[in-house]
Design a protein around this ligand. Structure first.
Ligand SMILES: *[C@@H]1O[C@H](CO)[C@@H](O)[C@H](O)[C@H]1NC(C)=O
Ligand SMILES: *[C@@H]1O[C@H](CO)[C@@H](O)[C@H](O)[C@H]1NC(C)=O
Ligand SMILES: *[C@@H]1O[C@H](CO)[C@@H](O)[C@H](O)[C@H]1NC(C)=O
Ligand SMILES: *[C@@H]1O[C@H](CO)[C@@H](O)[C@H](O)[C@H]1NC(C)=O
Ligand SMILES: *[C@@H]1O[C@H](CO)[C@@H](O)[C@H](O)[C@H]1NC(C)=O
Length: 523
């Protein structure tokens, strides 16, 4: 027989064996009763008391005691749930013990706590426990199971996160092969761009795009889709920023797959003056106390898992915060378009330079209105914790949110503001308050930092949700300028939506030797 307890103590499943499954959902009866007591009452009256030996043990030890309020509650619950009468009362002492919260270290390093209901009952039978010991053992067993379930639940949420952010082995293979090519083949080590094109990198008469990514395949798709749809690709400059470990394979890819006449620059973060001069704010590299987060027993597993994710290197890495430093990274540029690596460009993007931002810094698509109610319903309250006074005091919960992924940044206007400072100030506030202002991602601090500096652009320029809205219609997608696979179902993962994946995959040459050699297939 097995006992499964949900983390909140709200669901109990008992598997008496041989495929029989009983499930109970605990509901709050009255406000004065704790879940814990209800839970134990149910445990007694629905499961334990059916076993005569438990019944008799409890009864013989303490005799007939008067029906206490709690005991009677159980009694009243029992028959209703079981459809039959129960004649036994549970001694008060048992509920007293059970109602005490478990001591902080009571379960640490103990190996004498029964692991299953069966062990527990064997022990009760063999040792003829008195009622108090019985209750203590029961409480310990249930707490132990509860802790394990919580741990398992947190892991489950984290695994789900890993499934969407980890690197599939084909992409890993691609990086390794390209790194190998980089060291063995001079043609894979070309300076990007070639020396005669270097002046274009700081020339404001070109259209400048910035892409920050450590995913070579994703970057390849963004670059190819950008260049292939450009009317004047020779005026396009794509600045690819990557990390140290991805630099050589990224350089190898674009050396061997040039998109000329478009101009591609590949640079690792540590190549930027700004980075090496040690001006990186500490809040980007600070790690929070994750053990404190795990130790907190009162929070829901999903919240804990989100906080752990927020502290994971993926979300803390400089790559994620890079866009907030565009003015410093590109000191001679006056305007750039920043692209995420999970987008596909489907049209010529040069008209973005004709949009008048009205002195604002960030041209972005708003996400609070639109045909798709599911995707386009994001306001500040969707991202920020308005129960927190710091947020409630400073922001309006109904303010429309906007999206990262395809943004026009006027770097000249930006340099006249304190946006980057504000961003880091709030990052620090969030760390100080144990990540209670917001939990995940770079958008929430972005919403705060760019508050008042955003110019709304036409939704045509940025269609969102392809990584979580599987109902996305192909007609709508085909009429969008840029599509964004934001959400879990990234197009390079197995969990991508099959009908949407071809929109991304069509920019990959599946006969290419690196793509083929790593078993990357069209599906
Ligand atoms: C656990 O989290 C809750 C809710 O955020 C908070 O009120 C409580 O102080 C935390 N406990 C510890 C020990 O950190
Ligand atoms: C930026 O911050 C500094 C110092 O806090 C302040 O003096 C200045 O007025 C701010 N500038 C703008 C444009 O808000
Ligand atoms: C939101 O803020 C409140 C007040 O500080 C806090 O108790 C709560 O835990 C926060 N919510 C989340 C999900 O962090
Ligand atoms: C997707 O479409 C199905 C069937 O029309 C509908 O039941 C479901 O709610 C939709 N999902 C979303 C997220 O809009
Ligand atoms: C795809 O790759 C193959 C092998 O490298 C090459 O021969 C072919 O020209 C490529 N196709 C396109 C459309 O670039």
């Amino acid at each position: 027989m097995q006992l499964h307890i949900s983390p909140s103590l709200r669901h109990v499943t008992v598997l008496p064996g041989k495929g029989v499954r009983e499930f109970i959902k605990v509901k709050v009866g009255g406000r004065r009763l704790s879940y814990r007591i209800l839970f134990y009452s149910l445990l007694f009256f629905t499961f334990l008391l059916r076993f005569v030996f438990v019944l008799s043990t409890v009864n013989t030890l303490d005799g007939d005691s008067k029906c206490s309020t709690i005991g009677c509650l159980g009694k009243r619950l029992g028959p209703r749930l079981l459809g039959r009468r129960l004649d036994s009362a549970v001694p008060d002492v048992i509920y007293q013990v059970l109602d005490e919260p478990i001591g902080k270290d009571e379960l640490k390093g103990r190996d004498d706590i029964p692991q299953t209901l069966e062990d527990f009952m064997t022990e009760v039978k063999d040792k003829q426990l008195d009622a108090q010991t019985f209750a203590i053992k029961l409480r310990q067993m249930v707490s132990l199971l509860e802790q394990r379930t919580r741990t398992a639940k947190i892991q489950e949420y984290l695994y789900r996160h890993v499934a969407s952010s980890s690197i599939p082995k084909q992409l890993h293979c691609l990086a390794l092969r390209l790194a190998n090519e980089h060291s063995n083949n001079a043609a894979a080590r070309l300076q990007l761009p070639s020396p005669e094109l270097v002046p274009a990198l700081v020339d404001n008469s070109y259209f400048h795009f910035v892409l920050a990514s450590d995913n070579i395949l994703a970057a390849a798709v963004v670059a190819a889709s950008l260049a292939q749809n450009a009317l004047r690709p020779d005026r396009f400059v794509l600045h690819i920023i990557t990390d140290k470990k991805t630099y050589s394979p990224m350089q190898a890819w674009f050396s061997l797959h040039p998109l000329s006449p478009a101009i591609i620059e590949v640079k690792a973060l540590h190549h930027f003056d700004w980075f090496t001069k040690g001006k990186v704010p500490s809040s980007v590299t600070v790690q929070g106390g994750s053990s404190a987060i795990i130790a907190n027993n009162t929070e829901k597993p999903v919240v804990i898992a989100a906080k752990l994710q927020a502290l994971s290197p993926k979300y803390n890495s400089m790559m994620n915060h890079i866009r907030i430093h565009l003015p410093e990274l590109f000191p001679s540029l006056s305007k750039v378009v920043f692209l995420d690596d999970d987008i596909v460009v489907q049209t010529d993007l040069s008209p973005l330079w004709d949009i008048d931002l009205n002195g604002k810094v960030n041209g972005a698509v708003e996400t609070c209105r639109g045909k798709d109610r599911f995707v386009m319903s994001k306001r500040f309250k969707s991202y920020l914790n308005f129960s927190h006074p710091l947020i409630a005091r400073n922001f309006d919960p109904s303010e429309c949110a906007w999206a990262y992924g395809m943004n026009i940044f006027d770097l000249e206007a930006w340099r006249k503001t304190n946006i980057s400072l504000t961003y880091h100030y709030w990052l620090e506030q969030n760390l100080k308050s144990d990540l209670s202002l917001w939990q995940l991602g770079t958008l929430p601090p972005g919403l705060i930092a760019f508050h008042g500096h955003v110019h709304r652009i036409d939704p045509f320029w940025h269609m969102l949700g392809l990584g979580y809205q599987e109902n996305t219609s192909i007609a709508a997608v085909e009429s969008a300028g840029v599509i964004h696979f934001n959400g879990r179902a990234k197009p390079w993962l197995d969990i991508a939506f099959p009908q949407l994946r071809p929109l991304w995959a069509k920019y990959i040459n599946f006969s290419d030797k690196f793509i083929k050699g790593c078993n990357i297939r069209a599906f």
